[in-house]
Every structure is written in C-alpha cells, then in structure tokens.
Design a protein around this ligand. Structure first.
Ligand SMILES: [Zn+2]
Ligand SMILES: [Zn+2]
Ligand SMILES: [Zn+2]
Length: 274
C-alpha cells in the first residue's frame, strides 16, 4: 500500500491563516516543506481520506484528477477534514462529466451523512452517502475498512483500519487517547498494522491536559501497549502527522525529534510505501 499525504496540519494550517506566532512566521518565510495545509491523504491513488476545503488546492498542486477519485472515507465533520459545501461543485454546470461517470461515494459516521445532506440539493445522483457503524468491517473497492470509535468530541468520529490484500494500516485522525471500546476491539481482534498515521497535533509534548488529540508522548505510550499485544512490532512504520502551530517541534526542520524515537514526520506531498 502507499499513502500520499496531501495536507498535514490541524484546522488552521501552518502557517495559520491569521497568525503571527514565531512558528507561523518561520513557516511563512521558509515555505516548502514548512507549509502544512489541512488534513487529507490518498491511499494507492484511489481511496481518499477526508475532504477538506483544501481538496481543490491539493488536486492542483499534486496533479490529482478528482474526476477519477470516487471513494472518500471521512474521519469526522470538523471543517479541516470535511467541507461538504464543495459538493455543490459536482452539480450540473459546475462539473461537466460524461453521462456514465460513476457516483462519488462518501463513507463516514452518521453525523457525516447528516451534514452532507445539507449540501446535496443540486448534485442529484452524483454523490452517494454511506453511514458506517463502528467496529463493523466494510468492503470499499478492494479494501476492507473497519471504523473504530475515535476520542474527538464530534458526534461520530472514526479512526480507520484499512486492509488491502496483504497489508493493513491504521489512520488515526483525529483522536485523543483511544477509547476503552476501541482498545477492547483491538485487543480482541488483534489486527497487525504495517503502518500507522498518528494524530500528533501537539508535537513533541509528553502529555496533554485535554483529550481530543495526541502528542508524541501519548503516541509512544499507545505504541508501547500495541507492541506488548503484538498489534505492532519493530517492523511497523509510524508517521507523526496533523500538526498544530501551537505544539513544540512541529516544523519539518525539527524532524530529528521524531526520527530519533523511530517515527517518520509527515510533510505535505510525502509518500510512504509499506
Ligand atoms: Zn483535524
Ligand atoms: Zn501560529
Ligand atoms: Zn478534528
């Protein structure tokens, strides 16, 4: 499997829209890998993870023809992950598509469907919406996808196990420390992950005083428990991703902080094969 990171920041981006903190000032000055847009990733060029407002920009800068990407897995309804107002751009006149173009399928929690339905008036049957249940496994294209309950404050946030023929990954965005139900599922089913993409919103912090995101310290604690239970091992690749300008060591120039602990640090456009 191959993941391509299209956007690697939290909601406000790095640099953040209106911010003049030192981190944002530096990112603005240096540019390149220090620019992080809103959260999105593409699996094997065909399974899209999330649909932020930056989807349009990502398609341009990474040369992705969205007319060919028909499967969208939505983690939750925060606008840096899901921006259904852009569904209007699939309407007739906004998108001139061939008659037999397959529908664009959006999968996510019940809240995603509820929010999406507010923006589908002019798209006819070009969009199909699927409400998934946590801890059930679905076949989406050639993948087996299992949503797990995330710890993230919205109504039905999911992190996703995505399994191809021979590889398996966890897309762990956005979430704080795993819920008890999610641990129960993992310890019972014992999936083996070749790759995990981690919510590292708060950068290199050891711990947090809130529960809806993670930091390097919490990720390490979680990985320790996964390793102890054979769900990951020394061969598993881990990538720290989804950085906020408020966290320490979130610029790509700080990547050694993560690399010396065995973690890859994401940047917009990074591809990881596993
Ligand atoms: Zn987010
Ligand atoms: Zn800032
Ligand atoms: Zn979020």
């Amino acid at each position: 499997m191959k993941i391509k990171y299209l956007g690697t920041a939290a909601a406000e981006g790095v640099p953040a829209l209106f911010c003049e903190c030192d981190t944002c000032k530096k990112a603005r000055k240096v540019g390149g890998k220090e620019i992080r847009t809103r959260s999105q990733a593409l699996i094997d060029g065909k399974l899209m993870l999330d649909f932020p407002a930056d989807t349009y920009f990502h398609s341009l800068i990474h040369g992705i023809s969205l007319k060919d990407v028909h499967s969208y897995l939505i983690t939750h309804t925060h606008s840096d992950h899901f921006y259904p107002k852009d569904f209007a751009m699939l309407g007739k006149g906004f998108a001139n598509l061939k008659i037999n173009t397959p529908p664009y399928r959006f999968y996510g929690g019940a809240e995603m469907v509820k929010e999406a339905l507010k923006h589908t008036a002019n798209v006819g049957d070009r969009i199909e919406l699927y409400a998934l249940e946590p801890f059930k496994t679905y076949e989406i294209d050639e993948y087996k996808v299992t949503p797990l309950k995330a710890n993230h404050g919205t109504e039905t946030p999911f992190i996703y196990i995505i399994k191809s023929k021979d590889k398996c990954m966890l897309y762990s965005h956005d979430t704080g420390l795993f819920t008890d139900e999610t641990w129960d599922y993992l310890l019972k089913e014992k999936p083996y992950f070749n790759f995990i993409s981690w919510d590292c919103c708060s950068g290199s912090k050891k711990n947090l005083d809130y529960t809806s995101h993670l930091c390097l310290g919490y990720i390490k604690d979680t990985v320790k428990r996964l390793n102890e239970n054979g769900i990951t091992d020394s061969k598993t690749k881990h990538c720290a991703n989804h950085f906020s300008h408020n966290g320490p060591d979130i610029l790509y120039e700080n990547r050694a902080v993560y690399e010396r602990e065995g973690y890859i640090m994401s940047y917009d456009g990074m591809e990881i094969e596993f």
